[in-house]
Design a protein around this ligand. Sequence first.
Ligand code: SF4
Length: 721
Amino acid sequence: MLQPSKTVTTTCPYCGVGCKLELHIDANDFIYKVTSPFDAVVNHGNLCVKGRYGHDFIYHKDRITTPLMRKVPQKPGARTQAFDPAEWQPVSWDEALDYTTDRMAEIYQRDGSPAMAFYGCAKATNEDNYLLEKLLHTQFRSNNIDHCTRLCHAGSVVALQMAVGSSAMSNTAAEVIENDVFIVTGSNTAENHPIIAIQMKAAVRKHGATLIVVDPRRVEMVDYATLWLAEKPGSDVAIFSAMAHVILKENLVNHEFVDARTDNFAAFEASMEKFTPEFAEQISGVDRNLIIQAARMYATAPKAAIYWTLGLSESTHGTDNVLSIINLALLTGQIGRRATGLNPLRGQNNVQGASDAGVMPWHYPGYQRVDDEKSARKFEAAWNIEAGGLNRKLGLTTTEILSNVRPGGVRALYIMGENPMMSEPNLNHTRTEIEALEFIAAQDLFINESTAYADVFLPATSWAEKDGTFTNTDRRVQRVRQAIAPRGDARPDWQIICDLAKRIERRLGREQSSYWDYTHPSEILSEMGRVVPEYAGVTYTRIEHEGLQTPVWDETHPGTADLFTETFPSGKGKFHALDYRPNAESPDADYPLVLNTGRVLEQWHGASMTRHSHLNDLYPEALVEIHPSDAARLGIADRQAVRVTSRRGSIVLRAKVTEKTTQGVVFIPFHFFESAANELTLDKLDPQAKIPEYKAAAVRVSPATDAELFHPEISQPRGRY
Ligand code: SF4
């Protein structure tokens, strides 16, 4: 047996829990085992299947480790996704970066900043993302940059900013074991945040906490719940506002908190009048008595908290959904104390950090608005840009970027690590848009459904081949350490961006206008700390052993476990009056079922990593979950091939007949390109957060044959890339 040559401590590259890993590496630079120390503050030595076994993608034979360029550049409108290796040629880094520079500069000089758009990456480090937004802002003077936060928690971010002025988790996840009552809503925690789910289960079984689950699916956490409110998809505002109605009517309000720390109570109270439990029962299908019980439990608990994920936010009324639970926390004073709070569990490993780093179209790093003159001047000074040089206009969000590809609109797209051809809604529409682009550069590990469209491919290192930091779901900035040498000629993202930025500066005559000479990512984090006050006290030295939770105001500040203990960043917490709005699309005679989409434990998002790992063997194909009563009515047996059709597309996959989903609702995981759930979803957006409606599309399900199982319009099988 090979003996380890070293063990490197780092942070998991998958979900936002941010578990600490020990990578055991043999003499051949091969990670042969992954463990976690028992004293790890986040995960106490526990790891889920992805954290422990999901790292072999680093060594996959399909990994691209040399820069590639198309022999013949693709033409707008005739761009193709088919990846024929004969159409590509390996090139040097100089050739690839010079070509990228020339094409982007040419388009920018011809069409200006509206033509340029970037996708950042929630899997990449804070440092990578900080530099990417800096490149777009300083060189192309554009704000068209976004990442997957738009597609997951944008509703949460916007609602929390509106109500309390901060969009992060208010408390530390591990505090759940101190909760007396906690609500889990729109979250399949056991599969998507497994280590937090372990703590939730311990809270119930060992510490006597009461769990209330509000979810249309019978997720595993229901087994631990005292109450399960099995709502119809999209009825969250009705349920949580009915709870507020009960709390108001029964005078369970925390008047001291409301008087001292909130605003706009009267308008909110008036808007809650119509949300009787009877009204909510009609809309949600949930027994009114369960709603009343849930309201009493939450309001009267000494310490109660709410945890949620995308079931709330991924909706055309995602902002309202989240405002409805914020209203509850303000009404009862279940916030601003230990083991209470509003806790959006963030999805990807560094979605919190990528957002903090400013990979968003309306903000510079630290949520400082691009349309705020003071903020813009601050960043002009920090980045050595002439006064008035930065763009004050709000940029386009992810879905807007790929809905604005046309002359006069977006012409060039730089994709760092995202896979919009899997993650965007209504993929048939997205495909038309991406095919119309004039230039695409992709910075990634693999050719995937999106990078296959590129003109140039810049091979990046995985997280195990570079240094940096991730910020986890409870705002903890933790070290990522280089454990093995980069594969082939792959480079860390931050180095690729710096090299490209210097070339673009020269090409645009902006040389020396900003700074790109970093020798180590620690210098990039220090620079970020100079412009983001919440990161001012985070240094690599301080997080050598344990991460620090932001805000960390200076180098003596210990970090912040619980937010809002004295005040809110916005001063007072603001109640919002709400109305119930139905989903953008409702079931009807032609499309009688509601499609819900999400993740499974063994796969991860667009699946670039997990489908190049042996994890793929554990859950190798998409299955549509359908309730036994719906399956019987439609004549569908377990594991039978079925066709699922919406107004936008159609896919074929096998059925899983299960009571995990409720009657009238089907569920499809979105990881599988052969039967991509987003062929079916609709690209209607929440008006405030611009997040699409992923959780409620009207569909029909009909029997199909095994011969129909592959859907040829989407892509070639990954093995052929
Ligand atoms: Fe990694 Fe998340 Fe699993 Fe922890 S729970 S090991 S962070 S995927």
